[in-house]
Design a protein around this ligand. Structure first.
Ligand code: CP
Length: 256
């Protein structure tokens, strides 16, 4: 398996590597910055090189929303999408679903709030698409500038004030503001945490059996107060652990 990350990653890249190793496979770790792309080699030529090296699986992350269309079915190896621009992050969505299922023993009849930078989030995009298979409700909260258009949302998804949403939710997932994807959005950190982040006031709204999630990386004291990251209802580090099991399952499914 080759980890072919053309955009930075910690969790996804290394949990795929741990998953492959636990399954008895080998990993090649490609580093875009020190690769021959700095000499002008294209994405396609880089992938053709790994094809010639004889890899079985390429785990690819790229900042282009539609890179997968350009490369799928072109090579002899299977491709796993490890994050495509603002569009898709399917393995994250599977590990999020697994974490919720593990806690509630179901993905049905839940109320789930996603709060933060929704419009450019591939985590939110993949999660919302996955939830069409279940009879649950999704609320989206956050700054108006970072919300999708209401008319683009499926019928199980609606925009709601964070405090009202949180008081009704079984799952509250906070997302990072992705400055790299919309540089014009000015963020006042103190204002953001008070208005949209998890803090000591807002945590009081959390239902006793609700869980807190965040895909990471998180900005401490922005979308979540630093001391609440390891709150007893937080599944944030469980999500990272579950990322390994989920990715082992994805790899086994592809190989078999
Ligand atoms: N959640 C996630 O995709 O994290 P990384 O960017 O570190 O892989």
């Amino acid at each position: 398996m080759a980890n072919l990350f053309f955009e930075h990653s910690t969790r996804t890249k290394f949990s795929f590597e741990v998953a492959v190793k636990r399954l008895g496979g080998d990993t090649l770790n490609f580093d875009a910055e020190s690769s021959s792309m700095s000499k002008g080699e294209t994405l396609e030529d880089t992938l053709s090189t790994f094809n010639a090296l004889g890899i079985d699986i390429g785990i690819i992350r790229h900042s282009d929303d539609s890179y997968i269309d350009a490369v799928k079915e072109k090579y002899n190896f299977s491709i796993i999408n490890a994050g495509a621009g603002k569009f898709e992050h399917p393995s994250q969505s599977l590990l999020d679903l697994y974490t919720i299922q593990e806690h509630f023993q179901t993905l049905e009849n839940l109320t789930i709030t996603i709060c933060g930078d929704i419009s450019t989030s591939r985590v939110a995009s993949s999660f919302i698409k996955a939830m069409k298979h279940f009879n649950s409700k999704i609320y989206l909260s956050g700054p108006q500038e970072l919300m999708p258009k209401e008319c683009d949302l499926p019928n199980y998804c609606q925009i709601k004030d964070i405090d009202k949403a949180m008081a009704q939710s079984d799952v509250v997932m906070f997302l990072r503001v992705q400055h790299e994807r919309h540089k014009l959005f000015e963020l006042n950190i103190d204002h953001y945490n008070k208005s949209f982040g998890l803090n000591d006031t807002r945590i009081k709204l959390l239902k006793p059996n609700a869980i807190i999630m965040h895909p990471g990386p998180f900005n401490r004291d922005v979308e979540i107060a630093s001391h609440l990251i390891e709150h007893k209802q937080s599944k944030i580090f469980k999500q990272k652990e579950n990322g390994v099991y989920t990715r082992m399952a994805i790899l086994e499914w592809i190989v078999s």
